[in-house]
Design a protein around this ligand. Structure first.
Ligand SMILES: CCCCCCCC/C=C\CCCCCCCC(=O)N[C@@H](COP(=O)(O)O)[C@H](O)/C=C/CCCCCCCCCCCCC
Length: 172
């Protein structure tokens, strides 16, 4: 993300800070409880460590923080699939924007959506973008995406199911 230019730093900063929150839980005294999604959910719910209706006592619970990353993973899944099936003259900015509008945008306020839509315009064209990914030729990138996406889907679907079962998909 950082190699795409400073305009994307507002995105990477948020993602990094959320990953940091999760890493701190893992390194903390209850770290064992954060080793799996199921044990984290069980631990936080049974200990009343999750703000369920509004952010108050536990504004950065693991459940809430991971939910934001889970929603971002849906964007990534849609975007990478669009890239995988795109043609050489496809516009990366359009693919990214469509993926965003079908996922994360539903959870973001107007000002973030606007900023994101401007940032997308700065994305390089498809083959330049593939170069930034540093995987190899465009054909090799497409092959890699084909291999990676089933794993992304597996993680996304599993998390979605766990959150849905515990009614956690709308944490504030
Ligand atoms: C394989 C190569 C392809 C490149 C992929 C790069 C991998 C990047 C992975 C993830 C990046 C997206 C992470 C975005 C996290 C957003 C989490 C979120 O929704 N945060 C908002 C809510 O948080 P709270 O306030 O409730 O704590 C936060 O308000 C938003 C912050 C700003 C980010 C919003 C823009 C999101 C646009 C996502 C598209 C990124 C475009 C990158 C282009 C490659």
């Amino acid at each position: 993300m950082n190699s795409l230019g400073s305009i994307f730093s507002f995105v990477s900063k948020d993602a990094v800070s959320k990953i940091q929150i999760m890493e701190n839980y893992l390194k903390g005294e209850s770290g064992e409880r954060y080793r799996s999604l199921q044990s984290m959910i069980e631990y936080e719910l049974s200990g009343n460590l999750v703000d369920l209706t509004q952010r108050s006592g536990h504004p950065d619970s693991g459940c809430r923080t991971l939910l934001r990353l889970h929603r971002a993973l849906r964007w990534l899944q849609l975007f990478l699939e669009k890239l995988r099936i795109s043609s050489e003259d496809s516009k990366t900015s359009t693919l990214c924007s469509e993926a965003y509008n079908d996922s994360l945008a539903n959870y973001h306020p107007w000002i973030i959506r606007k900023t994101a839509s401007v940032a997308f315009l700065a994305l390089p064209v498809r083959n330049k973008f593939f170069e930034v990914m540093n995987v190899g030729t465009p054909e090799e990138v497409v092959d890699m995406l084909g291999e990676a996406l089933p794993y992304v889907s597996k993680v996304y679907d599993f998390t979605e199911e766990q959150y849905s079962q515990h009614n956690l998909l709308n944490l504030p």
